[in-house]
Design a protein around this ligand. Structure first.
Ligand SMILES: [Fe+2]
Length: 297
């Protein structure tokens, strides 16, 4: 433990991590310290920068509370959240997956809504959107009786709990897939929105000339015993930020066919024009049906 130089210090620190009792924790700590030391060498971290770095970590903690999580925001803004998602789904990252990030706005106990119903619960000016979803297994067989939680931002880019103008649970709903695995509902077309930029993450984005926007998307959480709970986001390819999602969440598998229709909706004279449609097939992977802890109440 009395080291002659920095190489010996690293060897020592890695050896100490190697004595961690739990095998998985040992694996993580050994690798973490190896990579951390290599990183410090790589950038020749100065003493001033090191003090700044510890200050930033402390600030991230202080900015985090019941309604805001700066650490999750930072992980997303560095692409780490999306990486963890891709590596842990789709056969450990080897095949396409519809899994995506949960985000901060999923709520337990969304209002139960019949198929064909609307999730617009207070006046929400916007263009109508008709969503038709299908839940299938990997062989394409329909999954009936899946519980489908849906939520999305408003046509001005705000979720109900961020916007006093929206009713509680506006643009949220819980559906059950029918015998063909289908669920369907009407809503209004959402738009993309900025992530909070009043903290550490905002300073990072500014330093990199990055905009804070996420492209427009529809959230879903699909629960069915026998399958891994599917947490998904389906993106609008026409969104101006589709190529530059601040959270790196967009994948090819998550592109939705949000179609704009200028003509009246067939058989539905009440629907305003233009209107949008979205048809999307959600493929559930084998695994455990567990629910995440809701980020908000
Ligand atoms: Fe979202």
């Amino acid at each position: 433990m009395i080291n002659a130089n920095d190489e010996e210090l690293t060897r020592d620190a890695v050896a100490v991590m190697g004595r961690t009792r739990d095998p998985r924790m040992r694996e993580i700590m050994v690798s973490l310290v190896r990579h951390l030391h290599a990183f410090v060498r790589d950038v020749r971290l100065t003493e001033v920068e090191f003090r700044e770095a510890t200050g930033i970590l402390n600030e991230i903690g202080k900015l985090t509370n019941d309604t805001h999580n700066e650490a999750v925001l930072m992980a997303g803004s560095l692409g780490v959240s999306a990486l963890v998602c891709l590596l842990n789904n789709g056969d450990n990252g080897t095949t396409e997956t519809m899994q995506s990030l949960l985000g901060p706005f999923w709520r337990l106990n969304s209002p139960r809504t019949e198929n064909g119903g609307s999730i617009v619960r207070s006046p929400t000016p916007g263009e109508p959107l008709f969503v038709s979803g299908r839940v299938v297994d990997r062989a394409g067989r329909p999954i009936a009786g899946a519980e489908v939680d849906i939520w999305h931002s408003s046509p001005v880019g705000l979720y109900e709990n961020q916007d006093p103008g929206q009713a509680d649970m506006n643009l949220l709903g819980k559906f059950t897939s029918d015998a063909e695995g289908r669920f369907w509902f009407s809503t209004v077309k959402m738009v993309g929105y900025p992530i909070p930029i009043d903290g550490v993450v905002g300073r990072l984005l500014k330093a990199q000339d990055r905009h804070p926007y996420r492209p427009a998307h529809l959230h879903a959480l699909i629960f069915k015993p026998g399958f891994k709970t599917l947490i998904s986001q389906v993106y609008d390819p026409a969104d101006p930020h589709i190529d530059t999602d601040v959270q790196f969440g967009v994948t090819k598998a998550l592109m939705g066919d949000y179609l704009r229709h200028a003509e009246p909706r067939p058989g539905d004279p009440t629907a305003a024009t233009p209107w949008y449609s979205l048809d999307y097939t959600y493929v559930m992977e084998p695994g455990e049906a567990t629910l995440p802890r809701p980020p908000i109440k």
